[in-house]
Design a protein around this ligand. Structure first.
Ligand code: AR6
Length: 196
């Protein structure tokens, strides 16, 4: 584990394999990019995929109206549903610094019969889609930890364990987190699960 940032606490990096690492940092995911060509941010969207509040709203504002047009063209799997909970879809990043956006839908914690399975699927299918599209660098927010009400500690455990299992084909998996509380939950889970 290595620490970085101005006060030594703004980011931590863990090695997953000799060629793959996990980085946890604070920040705004709309600003994130590593190389602008094989990188993707993950949008915590809803099943309609036409924008919303939270990170989804910020990503749509930063990417520009082309993003809504691209999402609108995604086929509906049933009326009003372009991306069912736990699945993922990919679009270009348009005006974002990152080249791609992977849209996924986490569970609404209190309304989902098995939120842990749905959150695992959201992370896993995002990582799978990244690999299929030759993405080397990916940045996740804390999926479901805002409007969808997932408790931070439980979400952190799911996020880290899924990346540990399915993120090792990518060069770098980043978590870009908005609040100190969520950042601390993620670092705690990573220290528990990624002991050297
Ligand atoms: N960068 C990084 N993290 C952010 C940013 C940002 N710019 N903005 C917010 N967050 P949420 P959900 C954090 O609510 O719970 C939308 O309306 C935020 O603080 O964005 O999966 C969608 O359309 C929180 O920790 O996503 C859906 O309807 C985390 O991102 C619904 O909300 C996720 O919070 C999805 O809810």
């Amino acid at each position: 584990m290595t620490s970085g940032g101005g006060n030594g606490g703004d980011s931590v990096t863990f090695r997953l394999t000799p060629t793959s690492s996990l980085k946890i940092q604070k920040g705004d995911i709309t600003q994130w990019s590593v190389d602008g060509s094989s990188d993707a941010i993950v949008n915590p969207a809803n099943e309609r995929m036409l924008g919303g509040g939270g990170a989804d709203g910020a990503i749509h504002r930063a990417a520009g109206p082309e993003l809504r047009d691209a999402c609108y063209k995604e086929p509906e799997v049933r009326p009003g549903v372009r991306c069912p909970t736990g699945e993922a879809r990919i679009t270009p990043g348009f005006r974002l610094p990152a080249s791609h956006i992977i849209h996924t839908v986490g569970p609404i914690y209190d309304a989902n019969p098995n939120p842990k399975a749905s959150l695992t699927n959201a992370y896993r299918n995002s990582l799978r889609l990244a690999k299929e599209n030759s993405i080397q660098y990916i940045a996740f927010p804390a999926i479901s930890c805002g409007v969808f009400g997932y408790p931070y500690d439980e979400a952190a455990t799911v996020a880290i364990s899924t990346v540990k299992e399915f993120g090792t084909d990518l060069k770098e998996v980043h978590f870009v987190l908005f609040s100190d509380e969520i950042y601390d939950a993620w670092v705690t889970a990573a220290k528990e699960q990624l002991k050297d």
